[in-house]
Design a protein around this ligand. Structure first.
Ligand SMILES: [Zn+2]
Length: 343
């Protein structure tokens, strides 16, 4: 316990006292209600409520750099800044309480995973993706929309996998989202690349935010400008690269699976819709060429389907003929009664 105290001090948290039962009840009931409203399978109101009741929640004096709410993994405790109102659940309260709900341990209390983030022996995977995922949930619950590169990228990915499986994996700590993405793009490697890119982009966005803030406070703001622009440039190029790779892999894979006329129409609709979500700057031609090439391929596929349908219907005609012959042969062998009578 002494260790925990020291560690808390190191990050800038000085606990004061537990929050009141009423405050805890309010948080638990409100959050459980909100999360259940997302209609995620297996997410049960009473279970969430019970889990949150068991959580340790404290008021604390907190350093401004760690925010007004913080879930501390080492002692599984949620700390709230001493003057923070706990009546309405703001984004931070929801975010940290979701972290608490996600917390999954293995033997000896070793952290195993939190939502989309897994802790392996030598590597933590999907940290930023999980962070952005929780922000996505709290934005959804607060009817907000963040307009930045990581959110745009996430929105594009959700066009491919659907939202349901994403929420399911964040709140139920499972691999369904990962598996669906790998299946739809036919690539495991791409999923790991997406995880890493989110980590890098998330860091860059935090750095840019910090520099913007420091620049505003500084007497020489122009000194920050070139740094900010440099990071923005890196952020944009990371975004462009992964956007293209996801788009290319997904639509290249999907076209291979088409064997019905309706699927051609769906594909066209989907690619048109996806194109609206793209953020394209200098590489527009790449996307135009890709779409054109896929449309040409769709025409070929359509012709082939029509041709094979025509062949199949000829076989059907043939089958009918053969059936007729078989029936008349049967008639002759079994010699129905009227056949004899007619004779
Ligand atoms: Zn977080």
């Amino acid at each position: 316990m002494k260790n925990i105290k020291r560690e808390l001090k190191n990050v800038g948290i000085k606990p004061i006292e537990e929050i009141s039962i009423q405050e805890k009840t309010n948080i638990a009931e409100k959050l459980a209600n909100k999360l259940v409203s997302l209609n995620v399978p297996e997410l049960n109101y009473n279970e969430i409520l019970e889990k949150l009741f068991q959580a340790k929640m404290y008021r604390a004096i907190m350093n401004s750099n760690i925010g007004k709410v913080s879930y501390f993994y080492k002692n599984k405790t949620i700390y709230f800044e001493k003057n923070l109102s706990l009546v309405h659940l703001d984004e931070d309260i929801m975010h940290e309480c979701i972290h608490y709900l996600q917390d999954q341990r293995e033997k000896k209390e070793k952290l195993k995973r939190i939502g989309l983030c897994t802790f392996e022996e030598f590597k933590v995977r999907g940290m930023a993706l999980n962070e952005i995922g929780i922000s996505f949930i709290s934005n959804k619950l607060l009817n907000k929309y963040d307009k930045n590169k990581t959110f745009t990228l996430l929105s594009q990915i959700l066009l491919i996998t659907g939202e349901e499986v994403f929420l399911d994996s964040i709140l139920n700590n499972n691999d369904k989202f990962q598996e669906k993405f790998m299946d739809k793009t036919n690539s495991e490697v791409l999923y790991y690349k997406v995880q890493n890119t989110f980590d890098a982009m998330f860091d860059l966005e935090q750095i840019i935010k910090r520099l913007n803030f420091e620049g505003m406070e500084s007497i020489k703001p122009q000194r920050y400008l070139s740094k900010i622009n440099m990071h923005k440039h890196t952020l944009n190029s990371k975004f462009s690269e992964i956007q293209w790779e996801i788009y290319n892999k997904y639509f290249s894979r999907k076209i291979e699976l088409i064997d019905k006329i309706e699927e051609i129409k769906d594909y066209k609709k989907e690619i048109f819709n996806f194109n609206k979500w793209l953020e394209i700057s200098a590489d527009e031609m790449k996307y135009t060429n890709f779409t054109t090439e896929k449309f040409e391929k769709l025409n070929k596929i359509e012709l082939e389907i029509l041709k094979s349908n025509a062949n199949n219907s000829m076989i059907l005609v043939g089958d009918n003929k053969i059936n007729k012959i078989i029936r008349s042969i049967k008639k002759m062998i079994f010699k129905p009664k009227e056949y004899e009578a007619n004779k």
